[in-house]
Design a protein around this ligand. Structure first.
Ligand code: NAD
Ligand code: UFG
Length: 342
C-alpha cells in the first residue's frame, strides 16, 4: 500500500517519508518546493535504498494533483503541505489562507474523486489558543488564535471533521504537534529554514556553527522557574513514527480522531540552550532581550491519548534532540545548499 506525503520534501515530511519506507510502506511525495529542496528526498532514498516517486506540484492545483492518483494506488494522504511562519502569516494573511486551506480542500476533493478516504493532517498545539489550562488535552475547546497561520489550522480541522461527518467511510486523524526539533541520527536530513530562523533550535544551531553571532532569548520575566518560556519539544523522528501509528489506526477506524504529539514534559529556553551546550561541547553565545509578541509563558501536551489509543509515545530525550540537531547542522552548515558560502 502507498501513502501520498504532501509536503514530503519539508522538515517533518522528509523524516516521515523515511519512517514509512523503513516500515515497509510505499511512499509517493508531492511538494512545490516553496520552502524546501528535493535534495531531502534524494537523501531519504539514499538512506533507505528505496525510490520515492516525486511530483513537483502545487497541491492547490487540482489538475496537477489528479495524475498522482491516476498513476498510484494511494491508500492514505499525509497532509503536511502548508506555509508555517507565524509572523509572516500576519503580514500575508491572504497567502496563508489561500495556500493552507486550498491545499487541504483540493487534496480532499481529488481524494473523493478517486475514492481515497484516509487523511492524516498536520495540526498544531497553536489551536489550543490563549486560555486553555496546561497540560493541553484533546477534548479542550480550540481557542482564539493570534495569527492567520493558527486560524488555518483551526479551520482545516473543522473542514476535515465536516468531511468525515458527511461520509462515514472517511477516516481523519488530526495530529497536533508540539515543538518538533532534532534530526535523523544519520545527520543527512534535518531542518533547513530559509533566511533568518524564526524558531529556537535552528537559531541555536546556526549560532553554534558560526552562521549567526548570538542567540536572543526572548523574555526572562515569565512566571516560570528560570523566567524563560516553557515548551514541549519533541524529536522529529518520534513525530514521524507517530504518523505511521496514525496511518495504521486510520486503516482500521473511521470518523475523526485528534491526538497530541508531544512528550508531556516542558523544557525552558534556558534549559534547552544549556543542554545543547553540554551535550555537544559547543558554546551558544546568547543574550536575554525583551519578550516576543504573542508568546505564551508555558505549555505542554497531555500525551496520554496517543499512548493509549495509538500505542505511540515519544522516546527520545532532550539530549538526543540537541545531539541530533547539531549533528545535522555541523555536517550541513548551509543545509541542503552546500554550495552557498557561510
Ligand atoms: P516545511 O515548510 O519544512 O514543510 C512544508 C512543506 O510543504 C514544504 O516542503 C513546502 O515546500 C510544502 N508546501 C507548502 N505549500 C505547498 C503547496 N501548496 N503545494 C505543495 N507543497 C507545498 O514545514 P514542516 O516544519 O515540515 O511542517 C509540516 C507541517 O506541519 C506544516 O503544515 C506545518 O504547519 C505543520 N506544523 C509544523 C510545526 C513545526 O514547528 N515545524 C508545528 C506544528 C505544525
Ligand atoms: N525563542 C527565543 N529566541 C529565538 C527563537 C525563539 O528565545 O530566536 C523562544 C520563543 O520566544 C519561545 C521558544 O523559544 O519562547 C520557542 O519558540 P519557537 O519559535 O521555536 O516555537 P513556538 O513555541 O513559538 O511555536 C512553534 C511553531 C508554531 C506552532 C507552535 C505550536 O513555530 O508553528 O510551536 O506548538 F504553532
Amino acid at each position: 500500500m502507498a501513502v501520498l506525503v504532501a509536503g514530503g520534501c519539508g522538515y517533518i515530511g522528509s523524516h516521515t517519508c523515511l519512517e514509512f519506507l523503513e516500515q515497509g510502506y510505499d511512499v509517493v511525495a508531492a511538494d512545490n518546493l516553496c520552502n524546501s529542496s528535493a535534495e531531502s528526498l534524494r537523501r531519504v532514498e539514499e538512506l533507505t535504498g528505496k525510490k520515492i516517486p516525486f511530483y513537483e506540484v502545487n497541491v492547490c492545483d487540482r489538475a496537477a494533483v489528479r495524475p498522482i492518483f491516476e498513476n498510484h494506488k494511494i491508500d492514505c494522504v499525509i497532509q503536511f503541505a502548508g506555509l508555517k511562519a507565524v509572523g509572516e502569516s500576519v503580514q500575508k494573511p491572504l497567502e496563508y489562507y489561500q495556500n493552507n486551506l486550498n491545499a487541504t480542500l483540493t487534496l480532499c476533493d481529488v481524494m473523493r474523486e478517486f475514492g481515497v478516504k484516509r487523511m492524516i493532517f498536520s495540526s498544531s498545539a497553536t489551536v489550543y489558543g490563549l486560555d486553555n489550562p496546561i497540560p493541553y488535552v484533546e477534548t479542550m475547546p480550540t481557542g482564539e488564535c493570534t495569527n492567520p497561520y493558527g486560524w488555518t489550522k483551526v479551520m482545516s480541522e473543522k473542514i476535515l471533521q465536516g468531511v468525515a461527518a458527511a461520509d462515514p467511510e472517511w477516516s481523519v486523524v488530526l495530529l497536533r504537534y508540539f515543538n518538533p526539533i532534532g534530526a535523523h541520527e544519520s545527520g543527512r536530513i534535518g531542518e533547513n529554514p530559509n533566511g533568518v530562523p524564526n524558531n529556537l533550535m535552528p537559531y541555536i544551531t546556526q549560532v553554534a556553527v558560526g552562521r549567526r553571532e548570538k542567540l536572543s532569548i526572548f523574555g526572562q520575566d515569565y512566571p516560570t522557574p528560570d523566567g524563560t518560556c516553557i515548551r514541549d519539544y519533541i524529536h522529529v523522528v518520534d513525530l514521524a513514527k507517530g504518523h505511521v501509528a496514525a496511518m495504521e489506526y486510520a486503516m482500521h477506524h473511521t470518523g475523526t480522531e485528534i491526538f497530541n504529539l508531544g512528550t508531556g514534559k516542558g523544557v525552558s529556553v534556558t534549559e534547552l540552550v544549556e543542554t545543547f551546550e553540554q551535550v555537544n561541547g559547543v558554546a551558544v553565545p546568547h543574550v536575554y532581550v525583551g519578550r516576543r509578541a504573542g508568546d505564551l509563558a508555558e505549555y505542554y501536551a497531555n500525551a496520554d491519548k496517543a499512548r493509549r489509543v495509538l500505542g505511540w509515545q515519544a522516546e527520545r530525550s532532550i539530549a538526543d534532540m540537541c545531539r541530533d540537531s547539531w549533528n545535522w547542522q555541523k555536517n550541513n552548515p548551509n543545509g541542503y545548499s552546500n554550495e552557498k558560502p557561510l
